[in-house]
Design a protein around this ligand. Structure first.
Ligand SMILES: N[C@@H](CCC(=O)N[C@@H](CS)C(=O)NCC(=O)O)C(=O)O
Length: 234
């Protein structure tokens, strides 16, 4: 059984999708990041970075308990564990899979996240920061879109963890860049819509309704998630 530390946000959603696609048995452990539960000493034992998603697999390699954090690492770990949704070891596409996973991990995720932060949550609306992150976010999505112009999925004909990985953030493009932004990424839109229509994706999205999470962005939530606001380090 896998314990899945979850909050209904883009990075955990990728893991929900993988778990639903494979049917691996899992138990959800809600982590309410707006209440600061990600900073509890118990959760920090699982993810020292105090962010979701994380998993504990009590049937890890050698039958031992394995703790894995970061959505990209978890996808790779679970794909290796099940042998599903990734090319086999030794396949030439394995290098491409790693490249695109790192691209999503270091480009799509952080830049989309910072765009949302500066556009929605930052107390001052700094045009320079918003434009930098909007520009970089769109540049990254354009690279995916261009790649998908000639392929059904990121690695060709097979649906893999790279597609699940990009889906977590790309499905929110209209939320952070406006509905019109889709027109710039028609191939990416096609893939996102195809994944969103999968029964596993619908179950993954519906998971948020099975647990109650705080939604107000109040002082408690800001203290938990934007810790730099109460600590000047520069
Ligand atoms: N690189 C990490 C990023 C994880 C991350 O930023 N998670 C967000 C939710 S999508 C979170 O836990 N936010 C709460 C916080 O930053 O305190 C991953 O891909 O899992």
């Amino acid at each position: 059984m896998i314990r899945f530390y979850y909050h209904p946000t883009p990075n955990p959603l990728k893991i929900s999708l993988f778990l639903e696609e494979t049917g691996l048995p899992y138990e959800v452990v809600p982590v309410d990041t707006s209440k600061g539960e990600q900073h509890s000493p118990e959760f920090r034992q699982i993810n020292p970075n105090s962010k979701v998603p994380a998993i504990v697999d009590n049937d890890g390699p050698g039958g031992k308990e394995a703790r894995v954090f970061d959505s990209n690492a978890i996808l790779l770990y679970l794909a290796d564990k099940t042998g599903k949704f990734l090319p086999p070891k030794g396949d030439k596409l394995r290098g491409e899979l790693l490249s695109w996973l790192m691209f999503v991990a270091s480009g799509i995720g952080p830049y989309s996240g910072q765009l949302v932060h500066f556009r929605v949550y930052a107390p001052e609306k700094i045009e320079y920061a918003i434009n930098r992150y909007a520009f970089e976010t769109q540049r990254h999505f354009r690279i995916l879109d261009h790649h998908l112009a000639k392929r059904k999925y990121m690695l060709g004909d097979a649906y893999t963890i790279v597609d699940m990985d990009l889906w977590g953030w790309a499905r929110l493009i209209p939320n952070f860049s406006g509905e019109a932004a889709w027109a710039k990424f028609p191939n990416l839109k096609r893939l996102v819509e195809e994944i969103s229509a999968r029964p596993a994706a619908q179950r993954a999205v519906a998971l948020k309704d099975k647990h109650k999470f705080k939604t107000e962005m109040d002082d408690e939530a800001r203290r938990a998630m934007f810790r730099h606001m109460s600590e000047k380090v520069a």
